[in-house]
Design a binder for this molecule. Structure first.
Ligand SMILES: *Cc1c(COP(=O)(O)O)cnc(C)c1O
Length: 244
C-alpha cells in the first residue's frame, strides 16, 4: 500500500509532465487536494507533506475539520468546490478562502451580501469562480451553457448575469470552474475542457476589467487532459487520498 506522500509525489509528477507536454510551467498549476469524506488527521498529514490547498464539498463537513485544524489556519487555503445552498452561504463566506461553485446570479448576490457582513476587513473581497456546465449533463450544476457557441441567446443571457456579478462589490471573480462528465475514456472530455477555456477567453475579451485567470478543471480521472487544455487549478481526491 502506497503512503499518502508517495501518492502525492506521483500526482505532482504527473501534473508536471502534463504541463511540460504543452510547454507550460508546472509551478503555474495549483493542486487542490479534495478531502471530502476524510478526517482532519488526513488533512494534517497532507499539510505536513506540503499540500496547503484543501477542497471540500460541504460547508458543514468542512467546518468541523476547520475547527480541528484551527491552529493551522494560516498555512491552509480552504476551497469550497461543491454546490452551495443559499442557506449555507453565510457560513461559506465566513469560512472559505475561495468558492469555486458560484452557479447562479442569485447565489452570487447572497454571497456578496454575507461577504460584506461577516468577512473581516483584512480578508478583502471573497474570491469566487463561476461554475459552468457546457456539456448539458443534468446531474451537474453550473450556469447552463451547452450550445453557447451556436446559440447567441444562451451566451447573452449568461453575459447579462456575469455583468451583474462583476458589479458586486464584495466578490472577486477570478475565472471559471467546471466538472466534466464521467466517461470510460477521459480523452472524450477534452472538448469539454477546451470549450470552457474558449468561454473563458471570450469572457476575458468581453469583460476586460475583470481578471479571468483561473480555470478550475480536472479531477483524478482527467486532470492531465485538463492541464493540457489550460487548467490552472486541479481538484484531486482519490489519486491522493484513496477511494472514498
Ligand atoms: C469529489 C470532487 C473532486 C475530486 O474528485 P476525485 O475523482 O476524487 O479526484 C473534484 N471536484 C469536485 C467538485 C468534487 O466533488
Amino acid at each position: 500500500m502506497e503512503t499518502l506522500i508517495e501518492r502525492l509525489t506521483a500526482v505532482r509528477e504527473r501534473i508536471a509532465a502534463a504541463a511540460r507536454r504543452v510547454g507550460r510551467d508546472p509551478a503555474t498549476i495549483r493542486l487542490v487536494g479534495v478531502t471530502k469524506a476524510h478526517p482532519a488527521e488526513v488533512i494534517r498529514m497532507a499539510l505536513d507533506a506540503g499540500l496547503c490547498d484543501i477542497g471540500e464539498n460541504r460547508v458543514q463537513e468542512a467546518e468541523a475539520k476547520m475547527a480541528a485544524l484551527a491552529a493551522e489556519r494560516h498555512r491552509l487555503t480552504w476551497h469550497l468546490i461543491g454546490h452551495l445552498q443559499t442557506n449555507k452561504a453565510k457560513k461559506a463566506a465566513m469560512l472559505f478562502d475561495i468558492v469555486h461553485s458560484v452557479d447562479s446570479l442569485r447565489l452570487a448576490q447572497i454571497l456578496d451580501r454575507y461577504a460584506a457582513e461577516v468577512r473581516r476587513e483584512a480578508q478583502g473581497r471573497l474570491p469566487v469562480l463561476l461554475q459552468v456546465n457546457v456539456s448539458g449533463e443534468a446531474t451537474k450544476s453550473g450556469f447552463a451553457l451547452w450550445g453557447w457557441n451556436e446559440q447567441p441567446d444562451v451566451y447573452e443571457r449568461f453575459c447579462a448575469d456575469v455583468e451583474q456579478i462583476l458589479a458586486l462589490p464584495h466578490l472577486d471573480v477570478r475565472g471559471l470552474m467546471t466538472i466534466a462528465p464521467w466517461t470510460p475514456d477521459p480523452e472524450q472530455v477534452r472538448p469539454v475542457f477546451r470549450a470552457v477555456r474558449r468561454l473563458r477567453d471570450d469572457l476575458a475579451q468581453r469583460f476586460p476589467a475583470a481578471v479571468w485567470h483561473e480555470l478550475s478543471m480536472g479531477m483524478t480521472d482527467d486532470f492531465e487532459i485538463a492541464i493540457e487544455e489550460g487548467a490552472t487549478m486541479v481538484r484531486i481526491g482519490r489519486a491522493i487520498f484513496g477511494e472514498r
